[in-house]
Design a protein around this ligand. Structure first.
Ligand code: ATP
Ligand code: MG
Length: 421
């Protein structure tokens, strides 16, 4: 894509109303636009990141048999009333047509909706197990929405729901989804720690969270320095300096962390609320056993920026980056036709070679182009300038200091070899 055509622009000065580094850099880079506290719109660059993360998540959800759906976002009051959650304080409620009492709420989660859908189609043990997921907007009244994409009032979540005949089957699937989550976070460039957690609003039993250690985190976890066994402070009896309960010999540390995903065994709570039953082999009627599994897709984007940035800007891991390469046309001012033609040719060559590239073809100074490239944070920066000689370009990885001059052929090899995603 030609940067001269991109309607979003970079900003040099940090926004006044953003405390979090992720929001500051994403707003300045033109990835997102802040509409209100905790409410953001995704601009072309930002949406490309969301699409990359979503693609990884979809692949891994499909691999564990998840079937993608898109549930409604506006929910009749009857759903949360049935599960006893209508008065949960994070729920945004909607009135319309002059009515005084709200009849709807905006989706804050989808256990209820999904359970009712399942009840329509499940009648026998032969209909089980199955799992359905979506990537969709959730709305929550978060009083402290100060962490940019990490805590939105409106945000994107991937939620998966699984339906089973037995508790054992749920347990086996729960472990499988846990492994899929590990792969997802790893592919996104994050190290997420599998952490024992409280049931939250959903279930009395224990659940698990995937926590990324980061200063911006609002959670506190106790984690073993050796085997990484971890517990959320909310459920933990551990203290800093304790020896690890797994007896691995490691010592427990206390860390601030951000929850990027979680997995919940729900049991039969929602099946009971929505009369989700099946006839078992022995002809008895039983409630379906459910699990639910969330990942904050937009939060993931915020966490990645928190983890990968320096004073100049973002350093996207290859899998998340909006483009693979950022081509800068240098040498010659506005009227320098030769320089432009030279850079255009490199741009076309990269595209033909299957490299997604943002092409800075603007009439801007070299200094501004370099600064913007560092801010936007695409993994490979390529400089095209007639000064470099015929068929040669300069290439630099965002996370290294040294640039080198290579031929176009070498460039493609370099990029493809070093950014396998
Ligand atoms: P938290 O404790 O951070 O409020 P939660 O326990 O309310 O999270 P869930 O309801 O289980 O989270 O949601 C599933 C996932 O959605 C979380 O693991 C997190 O990654 C993400 N998430 C939750 N709330 C938000 C939010 N306000 N903004 C962005 N992502 C969120
Ligand atoms: Mg919450």
């Amino acid at each position: 894509m030609r940067q001269s055509k991109l309607f979003s622009k970079t900003e040099r000065t940090p926004p006044k109303d953003e405390a979090a580094r992720n929001a500051e850099l994403l707003v300045r880079g033109g990835f997102i636009y802040k509409n209100s506290a905790g409410i953001y719109s995704y601009l072309p660059l930002g949406l490309r990141v969301i699409r990359n993360l979503s693609a990884i998540i979809r692949e891994e959800m499909d691999a564990v048999g998840g079937q993608e759906v898109l549930m409604s976002a506006l929910h009749d009051k009857k759903y949360l009333t049935a599960s006893g959650r209508w008065d949960v304080d994070v729920v945004y409620k909607a009135t319309a047509g002059g009515e005084r009492e709200p009849h709807f709420n905006l989706s804050w989660t989808h256990e209820e909706i999904m359970s009712e859908v399942a009840a329509r189609y499940v009648s026998s043990y032969q209909d089980l197990p199955f799992a359905a997921y979506q990537i969709q907007t959730k709305f929550r009244h978060e009083p402290r929405a100060k962490s940019g994409l990490i805590r939105g009032r409106e945000f994107l979540m991937k939620d998966l729901y699984s339906f089973h005949a037995t508790e054992e089957d749920l347990r086996a699937y729960y472990a499988k989804v846990g492994d899929a989550y590990r792969r997802i976070f790893e592919r996104c460039g994050l190290h997420a720690i599998y952490t024992l957690a409280a049931g939250g609003d959903f279930t009395a039993g224990n659940t698990h969270e995937f926590q990324v250690i980061a200063p911006i985190g609002e959670d506190t976890i106790f984690v073993c320095g050796s085997c990484e066994y971890a517990e959320n402070e909310e459920v933990s009896k551990l203290a800093e300096g304790d020896s690890c309960p797994t007896k691995c010999g490691g010592v427990i540390r206390r860390e601030k962390a951000v929850e990027v995903g979680n997995i919940f065994p729900l049991g039969t709570k929602y099946a009971e609320a929505f009369n989700l039953k099946f006839t078992d082999r022995d002809s008895s009627q039983k409630f379906v056993v459910m699990g639910s599994y969330g990942i904050g897709v937009s939060r993931l984007m915020g966490v990645i920026v928190e983890m990968f940035n320096d004073e100049a800007g973002i350093r996207w891991p290859a899998a998340a980056a909006p483009f693979r390469a950022h081509l800068l046309a240098l040498g010659g001012g506005a009227g320098d036709e030769a320089a432009r033609k030279h850079a255009d040719a490199v741009y076309e060559y990269l595209q033909r070679s299957g490299i997604e590239v943002l092409y800075d073809d603007r009439d801007a100074s070299a200094g501004q182009k370099f600064a913007d490239a560092d801010l936007i944070g695409i993994p490979w920066r390529i400089v095209a300038s007639p000064k470099l000689g015929d068929g040669a370009v300069e290439v630099k990885a965002r996370d290294t200091k040294e640039a080198k001059t290579v031929s176009l052929k070498e460039l493609i090899v370099e990029i493809k070899e070093h950014s396998k995603v």
